[in-house]
Design a protein around this ligand. Structure first.
Ligand code: ATP
Length: 518
């Protein structure tokens, strides 16, 4: 745990030190669970969004993008069920006065049992070496079997209490499991209450209920209310999808995990409209497709897993999370939900305008079913940082060892693609040459010119922000028109003609290669 904690602290500190993420309004001591992206963070985030958008919209002829407003007609949220049901169960500890999500307390309890089971498995794997059969061990070892049965029983009780909205059962589960407040160790809990997560605001000067507006808690509804507009104006035929990237707001009860759980965050969502009855096939398709998208970035297999929902949201007939192994354990990174015709039907009823599709292949009208993929851009950012930030021990030519922090982010996502570094910052010829190279490269990529330190220091700085290539201009460059190009991960240096630099950089930072590999 402490290693994990250290890894998480390191990501938070690194994000701040190198201009990726700052606490919002920090000079006023910050605003809880709201963060700002700095110069490198905003570039990285932009690239993540571009990767998602291109893979969805550009690569699929039957998916189109929109950009809907954050504020929507308030009936939207009545129809979608958010006014009545977008609640989290909260519980307070009477000793520490700390507030928790009751379901999360139970989930964390389950995660602890899982950690114990995994410890047994790791121990056994060490003991048996090559001959270890994990599946057999998991199925037969009495301790592991006991842990797994216990986890299943608790997950079932939690799932049932959540699906039924039974807050008393949820409280009883916390009491039965003797869950203590992580802060005070006390087991004195209040009853569980529902808490609506939507932020509300007022429309113009209209006072009272009539003027209540909500900041959207998900981008999906902006897609649903535009279904007919988009279908008609683009003449898409089912199956087709609508994608959107945008801000969402949730008044989260507990927000203690950096950008994992924010009150203002960004979602990348795609609603795929299909013929009723085909949802299983499309659900499977999007599960596989989304996992490939994550893996194309080089994410190791054991860092991602599927987790079927223990309880289903009011709109879903199947739901799975893609979980990522964050520094604080496996948690939801993306959700894939089979939403049936719940949303379009509800908007049809509330607006009095049927949200239907005429299917020319069967000559019939129907309300399409929907499979949705929904990923938080900020959680994706945190997963990229978790995967990429590495502390390496390196040995120089003289055998001296040191460490370097290097952000081994996929080159297509890197904030800066290439840095141009003059060996001497006061040498007129070198500076002119280096600036010339920089001025040319900046037309193609996000580049940086840096002369504020020794070459060694400049390399370290570029490593820390994940720049795939550094180009050093030295005295010889003036005569031979060649520069040294250094690659971030291998640290290999090569002397190349200046006119080859752009091609070398382009080859690796190109989003095309990444998209091809999905
Ligand atoms: P959780 O169970 O963690 O609260 P959720 O199931 O409510 O998440 P969804 O409603 O399925 O999440 O939202 C889709 C995606 O939006 C999530 O997979 C996650 O990546 C992202 N997301 C949701 N809430 C937040 C938040 N508060 N901060 C950052 N990202 C979020």
């Amino acid at each position: 745990m402490s290693n994990q904690n250290d890894a998480f602290k390191k990501i938070i500190a690194h994000s701040k030190e190198y201009g990726f993420i700052y606490q919002s309004s920090e000079i006023y001591d910050g605003l809880s669970a709201v963060y700002d992206y700095g110069p490198y963070g905003s570039e990285l985030k932009k690239n993540i969004k571009e990767y998602w958008w291109k893979s969805m919209v550009q690569m699929n002829e039957n998916i189109v993008g929109i950009d809907a407003s954050i504020l929507m007609h308030p009936t939207t949220w009545k129809a979608s069920g958010h006014v009545d049901a977008f609640n989290d169960p909260l519980i307070d500890n009477k000793t520490s006065n700390k507030r928790y999500r009751a379901d999360v307390l139970v989930e964390e309890y389950i995660a602890k049992i899982e950690a114990k089971a995994n410890k047994e498995i790791t121990k056994a794997a060490k003991r048996f070496g090559e001959s270890f059969d994990k599946d057999q061990f998991v199925a037969t070892n009495p301790r592991v079997v006991k842990y797994h049965t216990e986890m299943e029983t608790i997950a079932n009780r939690l799932g049932k209490a959540m699906t039924d909205g039974n807050l008393d059962d949820l409280k009883e589960l916390i009491v039965d499991l003797k869950i203590a407040c992580p802060e005070s160790g006390s087991r004195e809990w209040t009853d569980v209450r529902q808490f609506n997560l939507m932020f509300s605001t007022q429309l113009g000067t209209i006072a009272g209920e009539a003027g209540v507006l909500y900041l959207r808690p998900e981008t999906a509804q902006g897609i649903f209310v535009n279904f007919s507009n988009v279908q008609k104006t683009t003449r898409q035929k089912i199956p087709f999808g609508i994608a959107q990237i945008g801000k969402a707001f949730r008044n989260e009860i507990v927000a203690r995990q950096f950008i994992f759980r924010m009150r203002e965050f960004e979602q990348m969502e795609m609603q795929f409209f299909i013929k009723p009855g085909t949802q299983q096939e499309w659900y499977k398709h999007w599960k596989e497709s989304r996992l490939r998208w994550h893996k194309a970035l080089g994410t190791a297999d054991d860092m991602l897993r599927f987790h079927d929902h223990d309880s289903l949201a009011h709109y879903a007939d199947a739901a799975v999370d893609i979980e990522f192994n964050f520094p604080f354990g496996f948690k939801e990174l993306e959700g894939i939900h089979s939403r049936t015709d719940f949303d379009l039907r509800a908007h049809g009823e509330h607006s009095g305008r049927k949200q239907q599709y005429f299917d020319p292949t069967i000559n019939e009208n129907y309300v399409p079913y929907v499979v949705e993929t929904s990923i938080g851009c900020d959680r994706m950012f945190l997963s990229v940082m978790t995967n990429s930030l590495i502390e390496e021990t390196i040995t120089d030519a003289k055998g001296k060892t040191s460490t370097r922090d290097v952000l081994k982010v996929h080159p297509a996502l890197a904030p800066i693609k290439c840095a141009v570094l003059p060996l001497k910052r006061n040498h007129e010829g070198i500076v002119a040459k280096a600036k010339g190279i920089f001025d040319d490269l900046k037309l193609s990529f996000n580049c940086q010119y840096d002369d504020t330190g020794s070459i060694g220091k400049l390399y370290r700085r570029q490593d820390a922000i994940g720049t795939p290539y550094c180009i050093t201009v030295d005295f010889d460059s003036l005569d031979d028109n060649m520069v040294t190009i250094r690659e971030r991960d291998s640290m290999t240096q090569e002397r190349v003609p200046i006119d080859k630099v752009e091609g070398i950089v382009r080859e690796r930072v190109n989003m095309k290669q990444l998209l091809k590999s999905i």
